[in-house]
Design a protein around this ligand. Structure first.
Ligand code: IMP
Ligand code: MG
Length: 175
């Protein structure tokens, strides 16, 4: 762990600054809407907690758990809904919040799933975008950072069952 700290890709200060900016933009764009933030567990719990505190308009917050990775670094391509949304989102303007859009498979299938509940709109907001790995047609509506094709950990993102609690994003692969 110690040796990894110098591989910080995005610092706490950079995350805080960008999250505040995106929070302001969301507050402005949704000011006349019924905003429902849907946080995808587990990866987005820290980003969601910071982002919603930068949103200045009324907002409801809910969670959904999906899984596509089996404790490794590559996606299986199968998105499983481990726990579905508990609220009725009919007529709401849903903003899905996740840690990262990588292949895009997770976000695309969650979006399609939510549309069956008749929300007024479904958009997405991510901390990180890794466009080089995209396999489906999916562009995040809001994002904080675009990163190259490297495996990153921290600030909610895991490797195995660990590192979600590290307060910044670091590059797992470099030595
Ligand atoms: P996608 O379906 O391929 O877009 O992958 C989305 C999920 O894969 C994210 O919610 C993460 O949990 C995981 N993931 C993708 N890239 C990384 C990474 O660099 N580090 C940690 N998790 C990642
Ligand atoms: Mg993960």
């Amino acid at each position: 762990m110690e040796g990894k700290i110098e591989n910080i890709l995005i610092s706490q200060a950079e995350i805080a600054e960008k999250t505040a900016e995106v929070g302001r933009l969301i507050s402005e764009n949704y000011k006349d809407k019924k905003l429902y933030i849907l946080s995808l567990l587990r990866g987005s719990f820290i980003f969601t907690a910071d982002l919603v505190r930068q949103i200045s308009i009324p907002v409801q917050i809910g969670f959904m758990a999906t899984s596509s990775y089996e404790h490794g670094e590559s996606s299986t391509g199968n998105v499983k809904i481990v726990q579905d949304i508990l609220d009725n989102i009919e007529g709401y303007d849903v903003l899905i919040v996740d840690d990262i859009v990588d292949t895009g498979t997770t976000m695309k299938s969650v979006k399609e799933h939510l549309l069956s509940y008749n929300p007024a709109s479904v958009k997405c907001c991510v901390l990180l975008d890794k466009p080089e790995r995209r396999k489906v047609d999916l562009e995040p509506d809001y994002k904080c950072f675009t990163i190259p094709d490297v495996f990153v950990v921290g600030y909610g993102l895991n490797y195995g069952d660990y590192y979600r609690n590290i307060p910044y994003v670091f590059n797992w692969e470099s030595k």
